[in-house]
Ligand binder design. Structure first.
Ligand SMILES: Nc1ncnc2c1ncn2[C@@H]1O[C@H](COP(=O)(O)OP(=O)(O)OP(=O)(O)O)[C@@H](O)[C@H]1O
Ligand SMILES: [Mg+2]
Length: 335
């Protein structure tokens, strides 16, 4: 008898994750690497590598990051890479699939993904997905934690921060805002600030990301943060306590401002409830002190309550999986 596999996917700029009805959870970096030349083809022994494996071998590879600012880039290479990422992550999660089995997939995309992007995803999924549901990312977060009452979801990703006001029905267009200020933006600011204070230290995007993820904070106080970096290969310690906080605030201040806007333009009878039900999700919600910083920014509005989701890595894909299982027929895309 044919089985139906239900699958939820969070297709992210930096990471993509998948959750299946058979209980699998896999997360991977959203990139594909193609061998640069005949030597690198020999070294890697394959036509392309994915995710972590690609990143580890990046010196031999031409890396393609198919998503930018949360949406699929529209050039051929990116479309192909998106297809490979989807195919690869699904194949990894559903290794037991038989020929006659069906795969139904719900994919979370940024609220403002346009029609071309939805088309691109439908194209990318053709051939290995039997039914497809395209859903708004922030909405998948609400679904994963069963929050359909008044609350504000703030999904802080790598390319975008998506805010979505929930009020017990499908969110409207004006319930959603997308900011291009997110993890990648913070990486850029941190790179500039470190190089300004310590010219000639050697940093790479990976080093910056590691520093940010390990030490980043927006609380008022912190112990001194000293990182070891090199200058022409020579190690030394550098104190980045202050610049790290200043950079992180450049991320959280605009997010707090957007939260204030979302609250301030909501039905006044429900503003208090919204203020007290702010849910921070996405990788950026792991930034130390971000919940308290958001709450503080709401003090002059009467205070607020912000909480980070417990499972920033999988809540998008788990929510998408729930939607995939529950959604009535008319919401599905035709493939
Ligand atoms: N502890 C941490 N502190 C700060 N930032 C973090 C932390 N952990 C992860 N991040 C950042 O979160 C971002 C990744 O989050 P997430 O996986 O939600 O993004 P994405 O879904 O790939 O992106 P998008 O939603 O924009 O497409 C990266 O920029 C990553 O560096
Ligand atoms: Mg995301």
């Amino acid at each position: 008898m044919a089985n139906i596999f239900y699958v939820g996917i969070d297709l992210g700029t930096s990471r993509s994750s998948i959750a299946t009805s058979t209980g699998k959870r896999i997360s991977t970096i959203s990139c594909v690497g193609y061998p640069k030349d005949v030597i690198s083809r020999k070294r890697v022994g394959k036509d392309y590598l994915f995710g972590e494996e690609a990143l580890e071998n990046r010196l031999s590879l031409n890396m393609v990051w198919p998503l930018a600012d949360g949406v699929i880039r529209e050039d051929e290479k990116s479309l192909e890479a998106t297809r490979l990422v989807l195919k690869h992550i699904i194949a990894q999660a559903i290794s037991e699939k038989q020929e006659s089995d069906k795969i139904y997939v719900a994919i979370g995309v940024p609220a403002q993904a346009n029609i071309n992007n939805k088309k691109a995803i439908i194209e990318a999924a053709k051939g290995f997905v039997d039914k497809l549901l395209i859903v708004s990312e922030a909405f998948t977060v609400a679904y994963s934690i069963d929050r359909f009452d008044e609350c504000l979801i703030v999904d802080i990703g790598a390319g975008t921060t998506d805010l979505c006001r929930m009020h017990g029905s499908i969110p409207d267009e004006d319930d959603q805002i997308t900011l291009n200020i997110a993890g990648n933006f913070l990486d850029g600011e941190l790179t500039k600030a470190i190089l300004k204070k310590f010219p000639d230290v050697q940093i790479s995007p990976q080093i910056i990301k590691r520093i940010k993820e390990k030490y980043g904070y927006v609380s008022d106080v912190s112990e001194p943060i000293k990182v070891t970096l090199t200058k022409r290969g020579i190690f030394a310690e550098y104190d980045i306590t202050d610049i790290l906080r200043e950079c992180c605030l450049k991320l959280t201040n605009p997010i707090s401002k957007a939260i204030q806007d979302m609250v301030g333009t909501f039905d006044p009878d429900f503003q208090e409830k919204l203020r007290n039900n702010i849910i921070l999700a996405g990788g950026g919600s792991r930034l130390k002190g971000i919940d308290i910083a958001v709450e503080k920014s709401l003090l002059e509005y009467g205070g607020g309550d912000a909480d980070c989701v417990h499972d920033a890595e999988y809540c998008g894909s788990v929510g998408a999986l729930k939607m995939c299982i529950e959604m009535p027929e008319e919401y599905w895309e035709k493939i």
